[in-house]
Write a protein that binds this ligand. Structure first.
Ligand SMILES: [Zn+2]
Length: 292
């Protein structure tokens, strides 16, 4: 999918928002949906066929100098060629690594002030560190604080990886941030800046959270993996097998209700910019192709 240039960067109130695609993941939703997922048969072709889902990193620049990054992924680290979701086509070439994309857009890595990790799945934080010239992993944004929900940090999977394997992906990323004293564990709602808040939206993982930007009457939610696809937006029960069903259902309902009330923009991490509408008491996902 090729996006119009206008969608990669736009203004929301006084904030500048940029969307970066780290690369595509080839996913057949039918293979990852939980058993309780229900959808109208008209969705079958989307559910049953393998499709490409972008892996997005979002940058928000606020007046006053705050430079906020959501879910930096180092694509080839989290999805190397041959791994489960890497596209099988031999011609597939992923976009440049996120660090080069950011710098190419004039976003200085050393000026990033806040990095928000929506949840502890590696494709959402593989880019929080990068190797230095000695081959040691160091924070990729040397002057930033990094925000992860404590419930994802406390997960047995996370803690066991940290304890048992100093060279694991978790140790090389979240472990390094923790040792450097730059990892901030979020509990509940956190007012990060006057225009930005982190809201809990558990279910995909115990500590899954979303970012809300409000500026001059406009609202944007960076919703992480609350939805992976429009099918999961339009069908409340549709979600991945690893999600906690009841918890995720409640989070989806809460954020959908807020987004409808505020006519908010949404950027789910594997979709694109969109808005919600309600028709015949059904939620509809509407891709936004331009902001006027
Ligand atoms: Zn994801």
């Amino acid at each position: 999918m090729k996006w119009p240039d206008s969608l990669k960067q736009f203004k929301l109130g006084r904030a500048d928002v940029s969307i970066f695609n780290n690369g595509e993941l080839a996913i057949c939703l039918a293979e990852i949906m939980n058993e309780q997922s229900r959808w109208d048969p008209s969705y079958n072709e989307y559910v049953e066929n393998t499709r490409l889902f972008p892996s997005l990193t979002i940058h928000i620049s606020l007046q006053g100098g705050a430079s906020v990054l959501v879910d930096p992924n180092d694509f080839l680290l989290s999805s190397p060629p041959g791994s489960e979701y890497y596209p099988q086509s031999r011609e597939y070439v992923p976009p440049p690594v996120i660090f080069d994309q950011l710098e190419g857009s004039g976003i200085s890595l050393s000026k990033v002030t806040h990095v928000v990790i929506t949840h502890a799945h590696f494709d959402h934080y593989a880019g929080v560190t990068r190797k230095d010239f000695r081959g040691n992993f160091r924070p990729a944004f040397p002057n930033a604080k990094y925000f992860l929900n404590h419930a994802d940090w406390d997960r047995p999977e996370t803690q066991q990886e940290l304890l048992n394997n100093p060279h694991s992906d978790v140790s090389n990323s979240l472990g390094v941030l923790n040792e450097e004293g730059v990892l901030q564990l979020v509990e509940g709602t956190e007012e990060l800046l006057s225009e930005i808040a982190i809201l809990p939206a558990p279910g995909e993982t115990p500590g899954h959270q979303v970012l809300r930007l409000r500026s001059e009457g406009e609202t944007l939610y960076c919703t992480g993996d609350l939805f992976h696809d429009f099918i999961e937006v339009e069908n409340a029960s549709a979600m991945s097998s690893w999600a906690d069903y009841a918890t995720n259902l409640k989070s989806k309902e809460t954020i959908v209700k807020l987004a409808l009330q505020e006519n908010a923009y949404l950027i789910p991490a594997h979709m694109q910019l969109g808005r919600l509408s309600m028709k015949d008491s059904k939620i509809k996902w509407n891709a936004v192709l331009e902001i006027v």
